[in-house]
Design a protein around this ligand. Structure first.
Ligand code: GDP
Ligand code: MG
Length: 176
């Protein structure tokens, strides 16, 4: 058997992005493997979910926070950002406005989050081919400009959902 060790610290991960981009759906998919069509309540979120992932024989504890009803730009308290170790910043590839708002989100993050916070930009709803309004390369370009990780995901199909969280966990493990 391979010996596993558990990191003592818990990493706080926060899901951010406009309302309706799929934050709750992404977390539910990662946590349970299930996708539920239809809106989760915009105001009642699931709070946070503790998940343990294994990276190179080390168990990494993630406390993943789902923002609900606080998505409106600048309404999230700055203290909420301040102790975050990683941020998953979502837009919806079928919603151009949610992509255009990413710059404002990144500005807010740069202002209030820790300087070494891990940031992952996610273009969610990648399964919605026909309604796509944001090209993959536009997401890639923005991520390069801000020097953040980037993936397209689908909470519906599961595309890159585990990989997004595992990539963040790996970065948190080796960054310290
Ligand atoms: P939140 O406001 O950011 O938490 O977004 P929700 O998780 O409540 O999702 C908003 C809507 O988008 C719901 O109707 C979801 O079923 C839908 N949705 C979320 N993620 C996906 C996805 O990857 N693909 C598709 N097709 N729909 C999604
Ligand atoms: Mg939600």
């Amino acid at each position: 058997d391979v010996l596993e060790e558990t990191e003592q610290i818990t990493h706080k991960v926060i899901l951010l992005g406009d309302s309706g981009v799929g934050k709750t759906s992404l977390l539910v998919k990662f946590d349970t493997g299930k996708f539920q069509a239809g809106n989760f309540s915009a105001t009642v979120g699931i709070g946070f979910t503790n998940k343990i992932v294994t990276i190179d024989q080390t168990r990494i504890k993630l406390q993943i926070w789902d923002t609900a009803g606080q998505e409106r730009f600048r309404s999230i308290t700055h203290a909420y950002y301040r102790d975050a170790h990683a941020l998953l910043l979502l837009y919806d590839v079928t919603n151009k406005t949610s992509f255009d708002n990413i710059r404002a989100w990144l500005g807010e993050i740069r202002e209030y989050a820790q300087g070494d916070v891990v940031i992952m930009l996610l273009g969610n709803k990648a399964d919605c081919g026909i309604q796509r309004a944001v090209r993959r390369e536009d997401g890639e370009r923005l991520s390069r400009e801000y020097n953040v990780f980037f993936m397209e995901t689908s909470a519906k199909s599961g595309q890159n959902v585990d990989l997004a969280f595992l990539t963040v966990a790996r970065e948190l493990k080796y960054r310290q």
